[in-house]
Design a protein. Sequence first.
Length: 37
Amino acid sequence: MVCRTLVDLIMIIVGVVMMFGELNRMDKISLKNSSNE
């Protein structure tokens, strides 16, 4: 059970990290677009 919970925690952390990475990428793209204007 402990191993299963640990894997779930890792999966959640990985998902959150990937989500933040996507947000950061979108922010950079939007910043580039706004600076071009």
